[in-house]
Design a protein around this ligand. Sequence first.
Ligand SMILES: [Zn+2]
Length: 508
Amino acid sequence: MTTSNQTWKERGARLAAGLMFASLLLLLAGCTLFNRPKPDPWAAYRAGLAPLSQNILDSRSDWPRYSLDLQIDPETRTIQGSQEVIITNDTQFTWGDLYFRLFPNLPHFDGEMEIASVQRAGRPLPFSYAADRTAIRVAPPQPVAPGASLTLDLIFSVEAPAPTEPYVLFGASQGILNLPLAYPVLAVFDQAAAAASEPIPWRLDMPATYGDTAFTQAALYQVTATLPSTFTVVATGVLLGRTSSADGQDTWRWTSGPIREWMMTLSPDFHVVSTSAYSTTVNSYFLSGDEVTGNEALQIAAAALRVYQDHYGRYPYPAMDIVASPLQYRGMEFPGLDLIGLGLYRQRTQDLEFLIVHEVAHQWWYNMVGNDPVRTPWLDEGLAEYSTYVYLGAVRGQAAADNLLANRWQTPVTYARNNGLDAVVNQPASAFGAGRYETIVYAKAALFFHAVRQEVGDDMFFRILKAYVQRYRFREVQPADFVSLAERLSGKSLAAIYNEWVLSYVTP
Ligand SMILES: [Zn+2]
C-alpha cells in the first residue's frame, strides 16, 4: 500500500508537474503568439531618418514608395532606369487614369526622357505622353478607389544636356552633372479640380523658368546607382553602401525617410569636409581650389541648422549636404541637400552666407512643410527668406538682421510700391515675370511674416512656426493654413495684415 500509495503519490506529483509544465509551455506559446512583434513595414527606411525622428514613419501606413535602379553613364549623360512605385490613393476620389511627370522633358531642362514600358504584376499597361511630353497618362486595369494601393513597374531612359550657359540645374557643366527629378514622378492629384469635374484632375503645370520646378509629395526611396568609380555621387537620402566591381564600376545604395524628391549630383572632383550641428552630420562638397570657401560654407550651414532647429523644431535626417554646383550665383534646395552656385565660392563670396542660410531654411519650408512652388511659391520662399533674418539675429546680432530687413526687403518693396510695380503676393510664379518675382515672392512675403511676428510677439511667433511644422510635416499647405493656425494659437485676428501684405497691392 505504502509502495502503491507512494506510486500513486509519485504518479500524482508527476502528473501535476507535467500539467504545470504543459501550462507553462502554453503560457510561453501564448506569449509568443500574442506578443510577437509585428513586422516593421518601414524597417528598410529607418536608417534614412535620425533616431529621434524615426517615429515620423509610423505616422502613416500609406507612404508612397519608389525603388529606383539606375545605370548612369556620365560621359554620355544618360541613365537607363527601372523603378517600382507603390502608390496608395489617399484622396476622396477614385482615380481613373494616373499621371507621372517627366521633368527632364521641360523645355528649360532640355533633356530627353522616354518611357519604355509601364507594367503591373508583369503585364504591360497602356500609356501615352501628355503635357508636351512632360507627363505620361497611365491607364490602370481598373480605377483606383480611395484607400486602394497599386504597384507599378516602369522602364525608362534619360538623357541630360551639357549646355554652355553658366546656370545648369539639370545637366553637365564645369565638371559637375546634376540629375534632379531624373525619374518618372507621380503627379499630384488635385481634389479641387476633381470636385469641379475637370477632365484631368492632376497637376501638370509648366513651371516658369525663374521659379522652382516641381510640385511633389513626400515619399520613401530606395535607390541603387551604378556608374564609373572615378565619380563621387552626392544624393538625397542616406548612403547604405558603395561596392566596386572589376570593370571599374561602383554600385551605390541609398535609402531615405520621407523626402519630396530624389536628387543626385556627380563629379570626379568633389572634395568634402564635415562637422556636426547638434546630432546632424553636415558635409560641404566643393571643387579643387575652393577649399577656403568650402570650409566657410560648412560652418555657415552648421550654424544655420542649429539656429533653425532652435526656432522651428528638429531637422529629421542624420545628415545634410551643401554642394557646389554650376548655378552661378544662385542656390537650389533639395531634401537634405542644397546646391550652392560656384560663383559664390569664387567671385561673390560676400553672398555665400546669405544664399546658404536661405537654402538651409528650405529644409523646413518646402521639404517638411510642402506647398505647390508653381502656384503658391510665396509660401516656401517667403519663410525661407524670412529665416535669413532669424539666422542673422541669432548669429550676427540684431543690427545685422535689421540691416537685411531694410536693404533687402523694405527698399525694393517700397520702390515697387512707388513705381507701380507692386503685386498681389498670393499668385503663381508665372504671374510676376522674372523682374518682379524676387521682390514680391521673396521680399514682400518675408515682410508679411515679419508683420505677423510684430503683431503676435516673438515667443508666440516661434510657437506658431513650430506648430506649423508639426501639423504639416511632409504634407502640403494651402495659402490660408498658416494664417488660420496663427490666429488660433495667438487668439488675434491677422486678417488685416494678411490682406495688406499677401492679398492686395499698392498703386502710387
Ligand atoms: Zn528659395
